[in-house]
Unconditional design. Structure first.
Length: 356
């Protein structure tokens, strides 16, 4: 029997949508490849993260991985990765997120290993950093983009941005595990008092996800309930009395709560290609999103959902749609996920790419 090719995923941002993505990709390819994940722990990393992966997926924690630039810890994480690679001897290295992408591409020339890099949202697109930092992040991406590495964007919008900093680039759309969602959707409804009309979102309560606008929309629609499934350092921004915050809960429980929501909203300041949006579309929720890269890659305004630019526009759309038949838009969005954004399709495309 031929020996399996070894893939090492380097994942600094082991949380949120990236965590969901890497679980599906690693599990989907673990029968045909020898898969190892070198990862960093974040606040939103599930405590039982091991339970999400198949038994034949190997996990190695990089203890010095950190989100922010920290030269001391970055050097230590570099040394940790060198040791992992020396022991594991991978054929393919796939780097995930800007931090891992920068460290990994500077470490390896691409002559000994086949190297891939997925940004999951470029750092130079972040809105909460200075123009100087954006220029620095873009310069780093351009410098690393000259290395012998293929950038694999997670959506068309991110791919278009990648072409500005790297000539060797392609894209594979994020995908979700529709079979898992089917099981959750088939679970019986919770007994008890019928809840009010609920608008929900999923993710970290941080600057990127724009909790200030979420709060403003809730204030403009006081007779609806707004639910934020997640936790974060900007929870204090959610002051409207009709908002409930669940805190961090495991994926299956979060999806069970989402199942009972009526409408999904994503007012992000920037995105890669959001898993929470794909899940909401498959769960047949009407989706309202902000007008940014990632969101508008998936949502066609008035066709598969609605794109809004202001809190007033979000509120007006919610009030308009809650009293009308939205089945045509909802079913079109569902069809998009089934045909273009499922994890089986995702894994098949990556298998082709890895074996080219």
């Amino acid at each position: 029997m031929a020996q399996k090719r070894k893939i090492l995923h380097v994942v600094e941002a082991m949380g949120g949508g990236v965590f969901t993505y890497i679980v599906e990709l690693a599990n989907g390819l673990s029968d045909e490849f020898d898969v190892t994940i070198a990862f960093g722990i974040r606040k939103e990393t599930p405590d039982n993260y091991r339970d999400y992966f198949n038994e034949n997926v190997h996990l190695i924690q990089v203890k010095n991985f950190e989100r922010e630039v920290n030269f001391s810890k970055d050097i230590k994480s570099y040394l940790e990765l060198r040791k992992i690679i020396k022991n594991y001897k991978p054929d393919i290295i796939h780097l995930h997120s800007s931090k891992a992408g920068a460290i990994g591409r500077m470490m390896f020339s691409g002559k000994k290993y086949k190297i891939f890099y997925t940004p999951h949202g470029y750092s130079f697109l972040m809105e909460n950093v200075s123009q100087l930092k954006k220029k620095i992040y873009r310069s780093i991406e351009k410098m690393c983009g000259r290395r012998n590495c293929t950038t694999v964007a997670c959506g068309k919008g991110e791919w278009e941005e990648s072409l500005k900093v790297s000539k060797k680039s392609t894209y594979i759309n994020n995908g979700i595990n529709t079979e898992k969602l089917d099981k959750i959707m088939e679970m019986p409804e919770r007994k008890g008092k019928k809840h009010p009309f609920t608008v929900y979102t999923v993710g970290r309560i941080n600057y990127q996800k724009n909790p200030e606008m979420f709060n403003e929309v809730a204030q403009l629609v006081p007779d609806a309930r707004f639910a934020w499934i997640g936790e974060g350092d900007m929870r204090d921004c959610l002051t409207s009395e009709n908002i409930v915050v669940t805190g961090w809960i495991q994926g299956e429980f979060a999806l069970d709560i989402a199942k009972n929501g009526d409408m999904f909203i994503l007012p992000s300041r920037w995105e890669g290609l959001p898993i929470s949006l794909l899940e909401a579309m498959y769960m047949k929720k009407l989706c309202l999103v902000s007008n940014v890269v990632g969101n508008r890659d998936i949502i066609q305004n008035g066709v598969t959902g609605y794109i809004c630019n202001t809190a007033e526009e979000f509120a007006w759309t919610i009030n308009k749609c809650r009293n009308q038949d939205n089945s045509k838009i909802i079913n079109k969005a569902y069809s998009e996920i089934v045909n273009h954004y499922n994890s089986n399709w995702l894994c098949a495309r990556y298998k082709e790419l890895y074996l080219e």
